[in-house]
Write a protein that binds this ligand. Structure first.
Ligand SMILES: [Zn+2]
Ligand SMILES: [Zn+2]
Length: 445
């Protein structure tokens, strides 16, 4: 088959090629279901994805990929590469981590097999048609806590990719859509005061609980004056050390701040932290603010999304596949950092047997992420991003359009200067415990 028959005259891959890619990945269904089950039955938390790491890397080796275990210095990160000579590099991500107590309630076991299926689908196509280029599948730890991809971006894991893609399961239905996830920042705060007898000498106390309550109230008041799309939330900790007859000398709060875009987060973060600083000032407490997480918003490449919708609609038809071009969610993902590094896309896909209104992070969702029909949805999703990957490999003119479109999107939001501003804002604070639990910190990164 020559390039002219691979590419359709209308633009994009020919119908025969779409069918071929779909058939290759569908043939893997049983094996992918097996991997999905291993992860589902052994849910592992962020940075602890040992079984997932071992299972996925062993499988990729059987498919002719060159595997790096413990990639970039992170024990559970991995990289599987299929190199067919000089050409574009198409990247995919496989997440692996589960949620504490409720298992694979975010369906990262499905994300894992989508990445595997898509990578193999592209590689098999390259072999059959002698297409040069490279497929890089990254096993990315710690999405739910810790922001594994943010660390991988900093380590250069995405530097050689021309595009990068992954998909995430969502609610009930057939097909996919493009979720616009928020930029999320997390901080932990410690207030330090002085204890005193609550009845005999309250005047000698510096009340750290009052500082936490004041911060909570300040944030609650501020929330009335921020846009609907923005979120600030916080919890108070420290009660285990408190007694009613002692003025509390210490308290802690965890604060989360989200805005639809990184540039809006730059405005919101200082406003939220002012609530905390004002509480310390009012009560006379010392305050120690630590940065915990920073996930950028998902700024998908318009061109990649557009072609995903077109190719999938052409391949499956409207009864089997509906495509939502824009789906706003205050949810966040560490894939946001990838979107600002390379032209990237993070669609969601629907699970047909999921009850209506069921959403990720509920214990009942975990049940559906283990089903066979979820495998079939993941296989469809893998085929979708493999269509886009193969087009990037064979259609140089289009790949150039993708790159130019992404560069314009970045310029429109003021990147990279805007990102440098955000990074500087975060660097004003020392890292907190969540950042410290990342294995990277033990490696001195
Ligand atoms: Zn999640
Ligand atoms: Zn998730």
């Amino acid at each position: 088959m020559t390039t002219t028959t691979i590419l359709d005259r209308q633009g994009g891959l020919s119908a025969a090629v779409l069918e071929q890619i779909k058939a290759t990945i569908t043939r893997l269904s049983d094996e992918l279901h097996g991997i999905q089950q291993v992860l589902h039955n052994n849910p592992e938390l962020a940075w602890e994805e040992k079984i997932a790491h071992d299972t996925a890397t062993a499988y990729m080796e059987t498919k002719g990929f060159k595997v790096t275990r413990g990639a970039y210095g992170f024990p559970t990160a991995w990289k599987a590469v299929f190199d067919n000579g000089d050409g574009p590099t198409v990247g995919f991500n496989s997440e692996m981590d589960a949620l504490r107590g409720i298992g694979h309630a975010c369906g990262h076991n499905l994300i894992c097999i989508v990445g595997i299926g898509a990578a193999i689908g592209c590689a098999e196509f390259m072999k059959t048609h002698n297409v040069p280029g490279k497929i890089v599948l990254l096993g990315t730890p710690a999405e739910e806590a810790g922001g594994g991809k943010s660390f991988l971006v900093k380590e250069g894991a995405y530097d050689d990719m021309d595009i990068c893609m992954m998909t995430h399961p969502m609610g009930q239905g057939k097909g996919a859509g493009i979720p616009f996830c928020s930029c999320a920042a997390g901080f932990s705060v410690k207030f330090k005061g002085a204890s005193a007898h609550a009845a005999a000498h309250p005047d000698k106390g510096v009340n750290a609980l009052d500082a936490a309550v004041s911060a909570y109230t300040n944030v609650a008041l501020l929330r009335q004056q921020i846009p609907d799309s923005h979120r600030i939330y916080l919890t108070v900790k420290g009660s285990e050390g408190w007694s009613a007859n002692v003025i509390p000398a210490s308290s802690e709060i965890q604060i989360g701040i989200r805005a639809p875009t990184a540039s809006e987060a730059i405005t919101l973060i200082p406003r939220a932290l002012n609530c905390v600083k004002a509480a310390a000032l009012a009560t006379g407490c010392e305050v120690d603010i630590r940065r915990e997480i920073m996930y950028l918003d998902t700024r998908h490449s318009d061109e990649l999304c557009k072609y995903l919708g077109e190719a999938c609609a052409a391949s499956w038809g409207p009864n089997e596949y509906t495509f939502e071009q824009e789906f706003r969610t205050p949810g966040s993902t560490d894939f946001g950092d990838v979107c600002y590094r390379v032209p990237a896309m993070h669609p969601f896909f629907r699970l047909p047997d999921m009850p209506k209104n069921e959403t990720p992070h509920s214990d009942s969702y975990a049940k559906y992420s283990g089903t066979r029909s979820a495998t079939d949805a993941a296989v469809q999703s893998a085929a979708g991003i493999a269509f886009v990957g193969v087009r990037a490999l064979v259609d140089a003119a289009w790949l150039k359009t993708v790159r130019q479109g992404w560069e314009k999107q970045m310029a429109d939001v003021g990147a990279p200067a805007m990102l440098e501003g955000l990074a500087a804002l975060m660097q004003e604070f020392k890292p907190g415990t969540m950042a410290a639990t990342a294995p990277c910190c033990q490696n001195g990164h």
